[in-house]
Ligand binder design. Structure first.
Ligand code: NAD
Length: 487
């Protein structure tokens, strides 16, 4: 089935007949083939979504909630095989994939509840009593959703669940590197009886399938997660029709560790912030700013803990770091490491392919200290298991350096002094700030960045509202003329 798109409740071959291959990043073996979507397939999917829209937005929100709950239950029933598929496609360790699948189900459950709880319309008080204003919350319409490869099923859930809950219909385009679980989401939608056309999944590359989705005139909103350059392109294309756009882009997030922080806690969260999912996390706290007085002790312990991490095939029990997603990502991260060394950064751990793993896109957990501020290593998103470290002496210096980046997705601060943590959290330019932790993500809380990290928020009620348009309906209630022309 994976060589077909899921359009209008049916599995259809690509109109132009092409296919693409995806491979297992741990073995470099081809896992399977899937459909190479083009503008024709996107047009069919958008037509189906448009046709399904009146029915889907017209039903009671509790009926939509039932569908979402059924989908969540199906995801939970299939947790093991979905997680297994995710490991074959993406490479991540199986326990992480199981966690992701559980989160994806939780996301559908959360938005099912929100669909039922949310107000559909409300009356607004106006200063002139002769007028009555009702605001109706209406679904945006057909939405085009484009997702990356780092959390294939979870990113699909973050996009599809709030959109469906709000009454929109969707065309989802997964990453060409990891299309499998998005197609499974289509299959599960079918199994639970989601009406045809409400969710459509079209696979393919960005230029061939992504761009036609962004530019299709009947797509009213584009929800994109991916890199900054692609996000910029998507925004430019969407500007043609003044489309509603949300962008969840990259980051180079700081983690600031003060001398009074609990050292073991700090090391645990620093590692979680850069080695989870092989560092291929948009909010990875990849820049460590550590107070100078504790830097030697912290770095020595950190390097020793990093060296204990078991690297290997994500299906092997005990593995904590799998392969990177693709040959190109592997090459890019190794280039960053080589350039970092050439720029004068000090390699204190890792830095190469593990000698015991000649096959697969593996890289050791890597830590650089004394990273020059102007180097690409410090400035650019690497999207791999590479931590960059600098030291600071004063709080103000740490905040200034943390904010000295074009990105603004996330940041973390660690200190025993809670009021200092609150002060620093307020000063950090980021959409998400963690205090005494890094990365815990909850479906209930808003997610998204400032500056170059994006526009808009996903998750929580903010994610839901991004799929609704408030419509103002104002009624003149007095029997007397208003009195401007007719006295
Ligand atoms: P990418 O930008 O290369 O691709 C993302 C998606 O966009 C893919 O589905 C791709 O096919 C599609 N695409 C590519 N070119 C396109 C075009 N011209 N028009 C339309 N679609 C196009 O990103 P990636 O390498 O898949 O993912 C990694 C990036 O995603 C990182 O920068 C990471 O920080 C970011 N990310 C951000 C978040 C967040 O919530 N902020 C979450 C996950 C990943």
């Amino acid at each position: 089935m994976s060589e077909r798109h899921y359009i209008n409740g049916r599995w259809v071959p690509p109109r132009r007949g092409g296919s693409l291959e995806n491979s297992n990043p741990a073995t470099e073996e081809v896992v399977g083939e899937y459909a190479a979507g083009t503008a024709e397939d996107i047009a069919s999917a958008v037509d189906a979504a448009r046709e399904a829209l009146p029915g889907w937005k017209g039903i009671n929100p509790s009926e939509r909630a039932s569908c979402l709950r059924a989908l969540a239950a199906q995801i939970r029933t299939r947790q093991n095989d979905l997680a297994h598929t995710e490991v074959l496609d993406n490479g991540k360790p199986l326990p992480e994939a199981l966690w992701d699948v559980d989160d994806a189900a939780g996301c559908f459950e959360f938005y099912a509840d929100l669909a039922e709880r949310s107000v559909m319309h409300e009356t607004i008080a106006l200063p002139d009593e002769r007028f009555e204003c009702v605001v109706r919350y209406e679904p945006v319409g057909v939405v085009g959703q484009i997702i990356p490869w780092n959390y294939p099923l979870l990113m699909a859930a973050w996009k599809v669940a709030p959109a469906l809950a709000a009454g929109c219909t969707c065309v989802l385009k997964p990453s060409e590197f990891t299309p499998l679980t998005a197609l499974e989401l289509g299959r599960m939608a079918d199994e639970v009886g989601l009406p045809p056309g409400v969710l459509n999944v079209v696979t393919g590359t960005g230029p061939e399938a992504g761009e036609p989705l962004v530019t299709h005139p009947n797509v009213r909103k584009v929800a994109f997660t991916g890199s900054v350059p692609t996000g910029r392109r998507v925004m430019q294309l969407a500007a043609q029709d003044i489309k509603n756009v949300s962008l969840e882009l990259g980051g180079k997030s700081p983690i600031v560790v003060f001398a009074d922080a609990d050292l073991r806690q700090a090391i645990e969260w620093i590692m979680f912030g850069i080695f989870w999912n092989q560092g291929q996390v948009c909010s990875a706290t990849s820049r460590l700013l550590v107070e100078e007085s504790i830097a030697p002790r912290l770095l020595e312990q950190l390097a020793s803990e990093a060296e204990k991490i078991t690297v290997g095939n994500g299906l092997t029990p005990g593995v904590l770091l799998g392969p990177l997603v693709s040959a190109s990502q592997h090459g890019k991260v190794l280039r960053h490491i080589a350039e970092g060394q050439a720029a004068g950064a000090r390699l204190i751990s890792g830095g190469k392919r593990p000698p015991s793993l000649p096959q697969g896109y593996f890289i050791e957990p890597t830590i650089f200290s004394e990273v020059p501020r102007e180097s690409a290593l410090w400035q650019q998103e690497i999207f791999g298991p590479v931590l960059c470290v600098r030291t600071f002496r004063k709080e103000a210096e740490a905040v200034a350096e943390a904010n000295d980046t074009p990105f603004g997705l996330a940041a973390a601060v660690m200190s025993a002094d809670v009021s200092r943590c609150q002060r620093v959290a307020a000063a950090l330019e980021a959409g998400i700030v963690w205090i005494n932790c890094s990365q815990p993500t909850f479906t209930q809380a808003p997610w998204g960045g400032v500056k170059g990290s994006g526009i808009g928020r996903e998750l929580g009620r903010w994610g839901f509202e991004s799929y609704r348009e408030p419509k103002q309906i104002t009624r003149y209630t007095s029997a007397a003329p208003w009195g401007w022309y007719l006295k």
